[in-house]
Write a protein that binds this ligand. Structure first.
Ligand code: 5GP
Length: 207
């Protein structure tokens, strides 16, 4: 089985990465999104198992102690983590994986998977980001303030990523992301892992 690609997607809060990633996985059956565990309470409209696995802090910390997470981090006062078991299963299935995680988590994942492809999403402007966060009305003003303060810190990690997408027009950002996925799948290393391509090369080199 050919190992899939691992994409790490990070962005400041309010950049629209959730809509972007949903569109991508709906249009590409070989791409799957890791559903993180979090100690954060669900927001209105969020569904357990679809948006996150919502668990209380005690359960999260127990899972952490058991080594259930590939990576975990505290973001805006809540705990978030990626299931190690799910990642192992998906990797064995050959699927391409997207992790939608913060920069602390991205750094931990790169230690285990240096080949992971990092994609950083930026909003079109600071004003736009501020407006998006304020109009979302999903979080308290205190949390929104925390998120705005965290933008500078998140964006300071942009150099750790391989690609940057500006999410101005959603369709364009989707197309940019899909181009990156396609290019990564076409890399020589990936192509030559495939049995059929190895056969092709050996046939062509024995002509
Ligand atoms: P939100 O609560 O707005 O859904 O997410 C807050 C932040 O937590 C975002 O920056 C998001 O990327 C990050 N996040 C979500 N899941 C994970 C995870 O599993 N690990 C890490 N490290 N960060 C995560």
């Amino acid at each position: 089985m050919t190992a899939g690609c691992l994409f790490i997607m990070s962005a400041p809060s309010g950049t629209g990465k959730t809509s972007l990633v949903r569109e991508l996985i709906n249009n590409d059956t070989n791409l799957c999104l890791s559903i993180s565990y979090t100690s954060r309470s669900p927001r209105q409209g969020e569904v357990n198992g679809r948006d996150y696995h919502f668990v209380n802090r005690d359960v999260f910390e127990q899972m952490q102690a058991q080594g259930d997470f590939l990576e975990s981090a505290e973001v805006y006062g809540n705990l978030y983590g990626t299931s190690q078991c799910w990642i192992n299963d998906m990797m064995h299935s050959g699927k391409d994986i997207i992790l939608e995680i913060d920069c602390q988590g991205a750094a931990q994942v790169r230690k285990f998977f240096p080949q992971a492809v990092g994609i950083f999403i930026l909003p079109p402007s600071a004003k736009e980001l501020e407006d998006r966060l304020l109009s979302r009305d999903k979080d308290s003003t205190d949390i929104i303030r925390k998120r705005l303060n965290a933008v500078r810190e998140e964006v300071s990690h942009v150099n750790e990523f391989d690609y940057v997408i500006i999410n101005n027009i959603l369709e364009n950002a989707i197309s940019d992301f899909a181009s990156i996925v396609r290019a990564e799948r076409l890399k020589r290393g990936k192509q030559l892992q495939k049995q059929e391509n190895q056969v092709l090369i050996s046939q062509l080199t024995s002509l």
